[in-house]
Design a protein around this ligand. Sequence first.
Ligand code: ADP
Ligand code: MG
Length: 369
Amino acid sequence: MNTADTAQHEGSNAFAQPGEQGSKAAELELRHVSKRYAGQREPAIGGLSFTVPAGDVCVLVGPSGSGKTTAMRLINRMIPISGGDILLGGRSVLQRDARELRREIGYVIQQIGLFPHQTIAENIATVPKLLGWPKQRIAARVSELLSLIGLDAEGIGERYPAQLSGGQRQRVGVARALAADPPLMLMDEPFGAIDPINRARLQDEFLALQEKVRKTIVFVTHDIDEAIKMGDRIAILREGGELAQYDTPREILTHPADDFVAQFVGADRGIKRLSLTTLGEMKLLEPNGTKPGALRAGAKTSVRDALSMIITADGAPLTVVDENDRVKGLLTLSLIEQLLADEAAEGRHDADGAVAVTGADDSSGEAAT
Ligand code: ADP
Ligand code: MG
């Protein structure tokens, strides 16, 4: 095992440091977007429409070759569009100067793209430099971002990418993309090359960071579990860049639009749904003086993980504790059953009143906002 990439070497909660962040975010709308590569018989994307509200994370998920990367490259105009339109903040990206546009869109991909012969600080400063920011402002922004991603320890800014772990490099990639405070971030399988432990940690940290920066984010993955964890909304693509469903994770898990989606989310979608609820949101049994047992978990633990713990302990109830290890209540298998029954009774409407949009045809912007 490569110890350079293990958790101990990563700072704790690295994305969640306090920072002065702007609050720029813009709505993104794809309108009947299509892309046909030269020499390709079928379009890579045919008539894709969906809207991402400002400040939301939209996860694009789908099998390999379903056009996820193509969609990202169309949005920041790295490749020309064949048909349709893309609006950022209500304005067509096609009317923009492509280079100027790209400076307004943070782009993170796996394995890249840090410049190996530039220091971490220089890498992060790339776009601010292109924008001609004064030196002092760039230096201030770089140190702010290093602290935001938890890499502000002495000397890290002067290191080269090869001198960091994979997880640290990925954080630097995120910092570089955030440098000029872009209203939109595109992230193409950003954590795909990271080992599972650090990957889960990067996901958590990224969600904490997003709480602060509230960017509009399009996040690509082929991993449905990552999509469920990261997305406010999930756009599921099938072969040919066709939208199979665009919905909240809960709706997709509760009401998959068709067999393709049902298969994609997996036969265990009922269990996956339990990952959307935390113990803090559950009805619990009164502790009645119970001391925290060996089987305990905090309020932020998902019901899915709690169920797994209970099963591993042959069905013993789990003690839910607060930050000070005080017992808040007990979770039993029958309370989890109750949750599933309540959710089934709730029907199609999300607790937060979000409008459910399903199907490829009626999923354009208006209905989703
Ligand atoms: P994903 O990111 O979902 O795996 P891509 O967007 O990379 O999918 O690819 C979508 C389809 O377009 C695939 O069939 C792929 O082979 C094709 N494709 C991607 N890039 C090119 C290209 N530069 N030229 C021709 N075909 C391409
Ligand atoms: Mg791809």
